[in-house]
Design a protein around this ligand. Structure first.
Ligand code: HEM
Length: 213
């Protein structure tokens, strides 16, 4: 058991945990986006999707606890690594430097990460932890995105999420050992494609809903 604790608290262990939890979040984003696309099928289709989701009962509760655990590990480990790098400033550049060099994504990871946490808290307060006795998810969407400020916040937030993912995804694969010079450009390219899909896919929803509201 000691070896497990030692591995997980070592620098590489923390990076591994960041990679695994980050990749799980990318999976969540993909599933969440696919589900949200039902909005384009209209109110009934979107509410049907939400109903199906809630009908999963205990499975969805388990998934939610899983998400909370992943978030806590990702955030605490990320902050620890960030503070460690700050302390070791002279070697900071070397520890951050990666096969792809510095990009806007890699240079801003801690800041985009913190902004994503703030967005997710706001998002959960709007859509998840809200009394739905006299309303439903579609109505909340329409009410939220009939306000220009909310549309703007969501668009900025998903662009920030896309920037975070554009670096995080390939960097996670690299940490897990997928860093062959031949395949790295492909993995980096696919990560950027995924980030664009996340940005455009999520970002267009508030615009669309504001137009039909
Ligand atoms: C336009 C974009 C988005 C829309 C319309 C949207 C919509 C929703 C809705 C309706 C729910 C509540 C589902 C329920 O009733 O249980 C939800 C939950 C959630 N969303 Fe989003 N979402 C968007 C973007 C995002 C983004 C970018 C993230 C992450 C960065 C995110 C993270 C979450 C999380 C963590 C939950 C809670 C999941 C759960 O409790 O099962 N969402 N979203």
């Amino acid at each position: 058991m000691n070896w497990l604790v030692n591995t997980l608290t070592s620098s590489i262990g923390k990076k591994l945990m960041m990679a695994v939890t980050g990749l799980c979040f990318c999976g969540f984003l993909a599933v969440h986006l696919i589900g949200n696309l039902t909005i384009y099928g209209g109110k009934e289709m979107f509410l049907g999707y939400v109903e199906h989701l809630h009908a999963l009962g205990v499975l969805i509760t388990l998934a939610e606890f899983g998400l909370i655990a992943l978030a806590l590990i990702h955030i605490i480990t990320g902050l620890t690594l960030y503070l460690q790098n700050l302390k070791a400033r002279p070697i900071r550049y070397n520890t951050y430097k990666s096969a792809g060099g510095r990009t806007i994504g890699s240079a801003t990871m801690p800041y985009t990460g913190i902004l994503i946490i703030l967005f997710v808290l706001l998002h959960l307060l709007t859509f998840r932890f809200v009394d739905k006795t006299n309303t439903n998810d579609f109505q909340i969407l329409v009410t939220t995105f009939s306000q220009f400020g909310s549309v703007l916040i969501y668009i900025v937030a998903v662009i920030i999420a896309a920037i975070h993912v554009s670096h995080g995804l390939w960097s996670g694969f690299q940490t897990l050992g997928l860093s062959h010079p031949k395949y790295m450009p492909i993995i980096m390219g696919l990560s950027v494609v995924f980030a664009v899909i996340v940005g455009v896919g999520f970002g267009f929803i508030p615009i669309y809903v504001s137009l039909i509201a």
